[in-house]
Design a protein around this ligand. Structure first.
Ligand code: KG4
Ligand code: ZN
Length: 344
């Protein structure tokens, strides 16, 4: 144990990925993610199966993270863990494990908000963004535009009123007969498609409470109505000929909305840096268009590499390190909070 190079274990189990990571002095040493393939056949995450799989995977995943980092459990100075938002049964597995470990080793527990973890995922690698920066979190469960300031102050400027961006990708992929998760496959198909094949709606909301609020259910429903215009046989022929074009048209609509909101919010707040995080930030068109916008607006753009965009424990360990270094620890009575907001 060393005060200059504290060793922290991070644990993440909020949804369907069981993950553990080790940081030494805030620098990542290992990151292990075990994704639960069992949900693919159901076209979405089945909560009960997710918690059972976490239960099975948590010990080997933590052991693998410690081994890859070359540290033993007795070397740990603290354990950071996601306590919300997420699926209750999934959160409880990681949180209970982390509490037991902290109690057994006599080390502090640091509860980390999963959304905060995504916000700080841009601190896993260099270069790191300057504070304040504007962060667009786009995942299967969340779509938020957050101003990240000093001392863990997070101002939510916009959020989705219905579906998250990743959820829209997953639902549209299902309508098109593609697998789960839908984002990566739509991304791949869209690369060969014509984005002007169909003009799906670009919905932006506003208002005092969420000046940059989003809605993705309209785009999703527009794709559904478009497909329902055809008979089964016609739809089969349409998809055989134009699947990449439909994927490209849908993806372009979503990306335009996201990048447009990021640009407008950057102008409104006057930040010098923007970030895009969460599973959907792995999207190649989103990365490309966010870069083009940032170049035009002379903004620094920070996007974690895909392994740290999707759910992972590296972001929990890094955020845990920053909190722990700031003297923030959690009691062992910490509860899982499935609906935890980013600013809580
Ligand atoms: O952050 P994440 O791993 O889990 C949540 O916290 O939700 O995000 C998963 C989401 C899924 O909806 C998936 O379809 C989407 O990220 N996703 C993508 C891509 N890769 C993953 N969406 C669009 N393009 C991608 N390349
Ligand atoms: Zn996430």
């Amino acid at each position: 144990m060393s005060l200059s190079s504290p060793i922290l274990l991070g644990i993440e189990s909020s949804c369907d990925d069981t993950a553990a990571a080790v940081v030494v002095g805030g620098v990542l040493q290992s990151s292990i993610v075990s994704s639960q393939a069992i949900h693919e056949r159901f076209g979405g995450v089945v909560p009960e199966l997710a918690s059972r799989a976490h239960q099975r995977l948590i010990v080997p995943v933590v052991e693998a993270a410690l081994e890859e980092a070359g540290v033993g459990k007795h070397d740990l100075d603290a354990v950071a863990v996601t306590y919300g938002p997420g699926l209750a049964g999934s959160l409880l597995v990681g949180l209970s494990f982390a509490k037991a470990l902290a109690l057994g080793l006599g080390i502090p527990l640091v509860g980390v908000n999963h959304l905060e973890g995504h916000l700080y995922s841009v601190f896993i690698e260099d270069p790191k963004p300057p504070l304040p920066y504007l962060c667009l979190t786009v995942s299967g469960g969340h779509t938020q535009l957050v101003l990240v300031q000093e001392n863990f102050q997070h101002d939510v400027l916009g959020t989705t009123r219905d579906d998250a961006a990743g959820e829209a990708f997953d639902k549209v992929a299902k309508m098109l007969g593609l697998g789960y998760p839908g984002g990566p496959v739509i991304d791949r198909l869209a690369g060969d498609g014509d984005p002007s094949f169909q003009n799906f709606p670009r919905t932006r909301l506003g208002g005092a409470e969420g000046p940059f609020d989003f809605s993705f259910s309209g785009i999703k429903t527009a794709v559904l109505y478009y497909l329902n215009r055809f008979s089964d046989a016609e739809r089969e022929a349409l998809l055989a000929d134009h699947l990449p074009d439909i994927a490209a048209s849908f993806q372009t609509a979503v990306v335009e909305v996201l990048v447009g909101a990021l640009r407008d919010a950057a102008r409104a707040t006057g930040v010098e840096a923007v970030a895009v995080v969460g599973g959907v930030s792995a999207n190649s068109q989103l990365r490309r268009e966010a870069q083009a916008m940032a170049d035009e607006e002379r903004l620094g753009l920070f996007i974690p590499k895909p392994a740290y965009s999707v759910d992972n424990a590296a972001m929990i360990a890094v955020t845990g390190h920053v909190k722990w270094a700031a003297g923030i620890e959690s009691p062992l009575s910490l509860s899982a909070v499935p609906a935890l907001a980013v600013s809580e």
